[in-house]
Structures are given as C-alpha cells and as structure tokens.
Design a protein around this ligand. Structure first.
Ligand code: ADP
Length: 473
C-alpha cells in the first residue's frame, strides 16, 4: 500500500503554533510590563506636581509670617513676569473668596473658586486642597491647590498638565515604536527556536515515511536535540530495528513454510502421476494411497505442530497444571528412547537428582524433552554419546541434554529456536524445524527458558531451566 504524504497546512504546523504561542506570550507580558511602567511614570509625575504645588504654598506661608502680605504680593508680582507664565496661575483670596491679587487670568477662561475647598482651608480642616479641573478652551486639564498662608488669606495656585501629558504622549510613542520593532523580532526569534525544536520530530517523520516506502534500513542519526527528542529518536530507531528483524523473520518463515509444504505436496503429486501411468492399476493404487496417507500425515503433523507452537507461545494450553516429578518423567523418556539409541549404536546415559518436581502440564513437558532427545539422537553419529542430566537447586531445576553430535555453528545458535529454521548441515535429516521452537515455547509457558551451548563438531548441550515446585510452595 502506498500512502501519499500531503504537506501539512502552514497554519497547522507545530513550528507555526509554537511561534504563535511565543509571540502571544511575549506580547501579553510586554503589554503588561509597559502598562505598569506607564502608570508608574504617570503617578510619579502627578505626585511631583502635587509636591511642587504644596511646596510653593508653604514658601508663601513662611514669607507671609516673616514679612507680611505686601511682601507676598511683591513676590507674586515678580513671579508674573517669569517664564512659566501661561503654564501657571496664582491668586490670593480673602475669606469671602474675593481676589486680593492675581496673575494674568485672561488665558484661564472659566476659572472659578471652589467654595467648598476654600472653606475647608479657611476652617483649617485641611492644609491643602488639591483638585484637577478642566477649563473651557483648554486642551489640557489643570491641577490646582488651595492653601492657607495667613488667617483669612488663601492662596490658589494652578498649573497646566500640558507638560506632563506631553511626556506621557512621548512615552506612548516610544512604547509603540518598541512594539513595532520587538514584535517582528520576537516572532522571528520564536520561529527559529520553534524550527530547531521540531527538527528532530520532522526527521523522525521523514524516516517513518522512508521506512513505509520500503527502506527498512533507514534510521535517524540526529544527536544533541534535547532529552525528549533524543528519547523519541532512540525509541524510533529501536522500533524500526524490531520491524526490520520481524519482517526478515517473517520472510524466512514464509519461505520455510512454502518449502516444507511444497515437498510433501510434490511427493503426493509424483505418487499420483506414477499411479496413473502404470498398467497394474489395482496394486499400484494401493501403494499410492498408502504413500499419500503417509505424506498427508506428515503435512498434518507439520500443521498441528505449528498450531501447538502458536498455542504454547500464547500460553493457552496450561490452564490445568499439576505437580510433575521430572526425575520420573526423564527416566520414562530414557526408557522410550533407549531402543532407538541402541539401534544407532549411541550410548544413552542419565544422571538425575531424585524427587525434583515442577508445576506444569505433563504431556507438554514430555513432548519438550522428547524433541530434545530426538534431535540429540538424530544429529549424533553412530558410536556417539547422549547424556541427560537433572540438577535440582532451590531456585529451580536444570535439565540438560548433551550429545557428541555435529554441533551448531555460532551464527545459527540463536536462530535454531525460530520456527521452521533448520541448519544447512542437517537438511539431509527428516524434520520440519519446529521441535526447538515448540520446546522453547513450553519452557517459557512454565516460567522457564532454554539455552544452548554448542561447539561443532564436538556436540551440543541444551539446558532447560524450570521453576522448582515443592509441596510447601
Ligand atoms: P528439526 O525438526 O529440523 O530437528 P528443530 O527445531 O528440532 O527442527 O531443530 C532446528 C534445527 O536445529 C535442526 O534442523 C538442526 O539443524 C539444529 N539442531 C537441533 N538440535 C540439534 C543437535 N542436537 N545437534 C545439532 N543440530 C541440532
């Protein structure tokens, strides 16, 4: 099956989404920081202006108490001609609220006296009474202060907020400029970071596509991409390796099955052809039928053993377990194989610890041992030796079958337990390559395992380890 790998929409890519997240996070934090900054500057400027207004009144208070009203007026007249004219005003009010003296108020249209504030300072309820007012025709608000400089004499000072508002406007312009530069910059940096972060994932994805297209040896070779990506890369490579070995095993198994099925079927075909071509039909048909039966039995055996291995590997057949005396079971197997060994001139010996039990399926354990003994006799030449050992330890039982046969080459030692695998040097012997895989499946289903040590052409030792059963366990 071939899948087309469609290009993802740009807005759907992880890199784009990460960049968007970075930029949004940057924007939100930048706006929050600048808002705090703006409000702080605004508050500092307001406080400073209030302090100035209060200070001015205090100065006039001091002047009045030292030198009297005329000196205050004289000082105010001097102030009228200063640079700040137009930005500030000042008025001296008596207790009725009438102006005793005032700067030029022609620019301050609609300026009125706040009677409540005036009364407050006259009654000495508060030293200062500050307020922000908006005057007609004035673009900017005005901050004013009422303060008592002598009994019955109030000074009303005011200053336009124009300068402060201009500073705040300038600040806004600077902030806006900063945003115009910082946002594209942050997005660009975010994009670079996001691209780097997803590079490993993209590489894994490309490798997956290549593997899907048949490049089973394709692996990801990236390094230093961060722990998470490295873990993904390692896991992906391990998975790809497992897929490759499974596919190779499957191919070999399919080849072997095809081979093992083809041989008996070809023989059945040959038998039938021969039967049809001879003249003495009756006699020949009988021979053909019996030969066909034999081949069919062989095929059935092959198929049944394949199913047994599959079942044993799935652990289906071991629901009914019972204590099995392995010492006895091995003695029985030895008795069963003794005649075959004698016939081939092989010496079959046993060295067994007594009273060693396992919890398991007797029939399956018998078949497992029979497979090992059958192989040992089959692959050991005449005058050789086969010995069976049983050692009972507290942790488990070790059953070994040792022969002085042809042995198994190191390259084949791991593969002999695979289904349908047969070593090249044993192809001349009958067999279907399922005996050892069945034995291993039974050992595993009993919580044990099976190992092999072999040195061609000196012989082999298969060792089965099984958990020991004692009546108290
Ligand atoms: P088979 O039916 O071919 O004996 P097995 O699964 O029992 O299948 O064994 C797989 C292969 O392992 C055999 O074909 C043989 O090549 C090798 N083998 C198994 N046991 C022995 C042994 N005792 N000595 C040498 N080779 C062995």
């Amino acid at each position: 099956m071939c899948y087309e790998t469609a290009m993802p929409r740009f807005s759907n890519t992880l890199a784009f989404r990460l960049t968007l997240s970075y930029s949004t996070a940057f924007l939100v934090s930048a706006i929050a920081t600048l808002c705090v900054l703006y409000l702080s500057v605004n508050s500092i400027l307001n406080n400073r202006m209030d302090e100035d207004l209060k200070e001015d009144i205090t100065e006039y208070q001091v002047l009045h108490s030292a030198e009297g009203t005329s000196r205050v007026i004289q000082e105010l007249e001097r102030e009228v001609g200063s640079d700040d004219e137009g930005q500030v005003f000042f008025r001296l009010l008596n207790k009725e609220g009438q102006e005793v003296f005032a700067s030029d108020l022609s620019e301050w249209n609609g300026l009125k006296t706040n009677q409540r504030f005036l009364q407050q300072v006259l009654d000495s309820k508060s030293v200062h009474a500050l307020e922000t007012i908006k005057l007609e025709g004035h673009e900017f608000p005005v901050r004013t202060n009422y303060g008592l400089i002598a009994p019955g004499l109030v000074m009303h000072l005011g200053e336009s907020l124009e300068e402060k508002e201009e500073i705040m406007d300038l600040l806004l312009t600077v902030f806006a400029g900063m945003f115009c530069v910082a946002i594209p910059l942050a997005s660009g940096v975010g994009w670079i970071i996001a691209r780097r972060a997803v590079r490993g994932i993209e590489e894994v994805s490309r490798a997956a596509v290549d593997i899907e297209r048949g490049q089973l040896d394709r692996r990801v070779t990236m390094k230093d991409q961060g722990d998470e990506v490295q873990k993904l890369v390692d896991t992906f490579n391990a998975m790809a390796e497992r897929i490759r070995s499974l596919i190779t095993e499957m191919r070999e198994m399919t080849d072997n099955i095809a081979h093992d099925l083809r041989s008996p079927l070809s023989r059945i075909r040959a038998i039938s052809e021969r039967a049809l071509s001879v003249t003495d039909a009756e006699k020949c048909f009988k021979t053909a039928a019996s030969d066909t039966l034999e081949e069919c039995d062989r095929l059935l055996h092959l198929i049944n053993t394949t199913l047994d291995v599959a079942e044993a590997e799935a652990g289906v057949m071991y629901t009914d377990k019972e204590p099995v005396n392995m010492s006895q079971l091995i003695e029985d197997a030895r008795d069963l194989f003794e005649p075959a060994a004698e016939e081939k001139g092989i010496e079959l010996t046993c060295k067994l610890d007594s009273d060693c039990h396992v919890l398991g399926n007797r029939q399956m354990l018998q078949r497992m041992l029979a497979n090992l003994l059958d192989n040992a006799l089959k692959y050991t030449p005449p005058q050789g030796q086969v010995s069976i050992g049983l050692v009972g330890q507290s942790q488990g039982l070790h059953v070994s079958v040792t022969d002085t046969g042809i042995g198994i080459w190191p390259a084949d030692q791991r593969r002999v337990f695979d289904r349908f695998f047969r070593c090249d040097q044993s192809r001349s012997q009958h067999g279907c390559g399922l005996g050892l895989s069945f034995a291993r499946a039974v050992a595993c289903a009993h919580g044990g395992d099976i190992t092999l040590a072999s040195e061609p052409p000196q012989g082999s030792t298969f060792t089965i380890r099984l958990p020991r059963f004692s009546s108290t366990s």
